[in-house]
Structures are given as structure tokens and as C-alpha cells.
Design a protein around this ligand. Structure first.
Ligand code: ATP
Length: 241
């Protein structure tokens, strides 16, 4: 059975002008798990994450985090509550060094020793970032920027990380590496993760619980070990053979 819900979405509807992107989504992310929302291009995955982190205000429904209603709160406040968003396309600060990008992630923290320890820990997860610590982040490859974006989110000591398509534009080898570290972060730090992905194979292997999104609606949910066995789902909703 699943642990208690850390994040709870109830009947969320979000739209861009007349375009309804999310049409009544309810989902839960339990304390300590990796949950995933799977779906094809345009299904509404990114819109769900933006609604959770306060970038988009929903037309209907509520977002509850750690027992608090955070619906449509200011995004900066939501980060302070322990919820970090790693957006699609990474969005590192290109003209700041790798190390300064990491420090930006920790800007609300006052525990210098803790910050230094966490920088050391992300360098252990992603050794290439240690080698590039003094370089401008804009000079990193796409995969390295993804590593930095995840690391910067970690520096805020979040209880929950929202991860938008970490595999986007990366080679299969690099995707596999990043997923392995995401699972390690979850296991070692106990960080709860909500991952949205088009790469259903990778996500179903990494996550504990999965939701399948189609046209802004959840059409199926189950434990990932069960979803992996359902061939028809893979074929119809996830484009896998
Ligand atoms: P992708 O993998 O392409 O990001 P997604 O599953 O994350 O897909 P969303 O980006 O959430 O999907 O988009 C959901 C729907 O909302 C799509 O129909 C998309 O065209 C539409 N949409 C997204 N952003 C905007 C916007 N800024 N203005 C208008 N429509 C938008």
C-alpha cells in the first residue's frame, strides 16, 4: 500500500485562453515515492507541473502540499515551502558559473556548512559538474545542463521535486545515467519526486506509481510494475511496441 499523500491535486482544470489543457485531473504523490505522469506530446504534462508550482493558476480545483492549500500561490513562496520545479529545457543561468548556479539554488538557506555539504553531494552524483565548477553554465552540453538543473533544485533541500522531461534531447546513454541518479536521490535523500515523461520505458522503470494522461485527462493509474505488464496501454497511450 502507498504511504501518505505529500501532494494532492483535486479536479484541476487549467487553460490557455480558450484552450483547455487540463480537464479535471486528480492525482496524489505519496511521501518518499517517485510518481510519474506519462503521456504523448501535448497531453498536458507540463501544464500540470506549472499549475502545481504556481506558474499557472487553475480555473478549477485545488493543489494541496504537506496538508496546506497552495493553489495559485506565488511560485517563490511555493519553493520556500519545499517544492522545487526543474522545467523542461533546463533554464540554467548561462552567464553564471556552475558553482554559482548551485549557490543560487540555495539562496534562501542560512546554514553554510549544510550548503557546502550539499554541493559536495551533488558533485558526487554528477562528477562532471565538479570538473566544470568554475566554467559558465552556458558552456555545458545539454545533458550537463540537465544535471545542473536537477542539482540546483536539490540545493533548496526540497521535500518534493517536479521534474519535466529529463530525457528531452538526450542520448539514450545519458538518459539512463540521469534516471539512475534520480532514483539514487530518491533512495538516499528520501526526496519525493514527480516526474513527467514521454519516454514511458525509462519512467516506468524508475517510478513507483504512474498516471497516464491523454488530452488533459488521467485515463489510467496503477503501480508501475503493473503498468509495465499492460501491453495494450503501452501501445495505445504511450506509443510503445
Ligand atoms: P510537451 O511534451 O509537448 O511539453 P505536454 O504533455 O507537456 O507536451 P503541455 O505543454 O502541457 O503538454 O500542453 C498541453 C496543451 O496546451 C497542448 O494542446 C498545448 O498546445 C497547449 N499549450 C501549452 N502551452 C500553451 C500556451 N502557452 N498557449 C496556448 N496553448 C498552450
Amino acid at each position: 500500500s502507498r504511504a501518505e499523500a505529500l501532494l494532492k491535486l483535486q479536479n484541476i482544470e487549467s487553460a490557455y485562453g480558450p484552450i483547455k489543457a487540463i480537464r479535471g485531473v486528480s492525482l496524489q504523490v505519496r511521501q518518499g515515492e517517485i510518481a510519474t505522469v506519462l503521456g504523448s506530446n501535448g497531453a498536458g504534462k507540463t501544464t500540470i507541473l506549472k499549475t502545481i508550482s504556481g506558474i499557472i493558476d487553475p480555473r478549477k480545483g485545488s493543489v494541496n502540499f504537506q496538508g496546506q492549500d497552495i493553489t495559485a500561490r506565488d511560485p517563490a513562496r511555493i519553493v520556500q515551502l519545499g517544492l522545487s520545479h526543474v522545467p523542461e529545457g533546463r533554464e540554467v543561468f548561462p552567464l553564471l558559473s556552475v558553482r554559482d548556479n548551485l549557490l543560487m539554488g540555495a539562496y534562501t538557506r542560512r546554514d553554510r556548512d549544510g550548503v557546502a555539504r550539499d554541493i559536495e553531494q551533488v558533485f558526487q552524483y554528477f562528477p562532471i559538474l565538479r570538473e566544470r565548477a568554475g566554467q559558465d553554465a552556458g558552456l555545458l552540453s545539454g545533458g550537463q545542463q540537465q544535471m545542473l538543473a536537477i542539482s540546483r533544485a536539490l540545493m533548496a533541500e526540497p521535500a518534493l521535486i517536479l521534474l519535466d522531461e529529463p530525457s528531452l534531447g538526450l542520448s539514450p546513454k545519458l538518459t539512463k545515467e540521469i534516471f539512475e541518479i534520480v532514483v539514487r536521490i530518491n533512495r538516499e535523500r528520501g526526496t519525493t519526486i514527480l516526474l513527467v515523461e514521454q519516454n514511458a520505458n525509462m519512467a516506468l522503470n524508475a517510478a513507483d506509481y504512474g498516471y497516464v494522461l491523454e488530452n488533459g485527462r488521467i485515463v489510467m493509474e496503477d503501480r508501475c510494475d503493473r503498468l509495465r505488464e499492460k501491453d495494450d496501454i503501452k501501445e495505445f497511450y504511450l506509443g510503445m511496441k
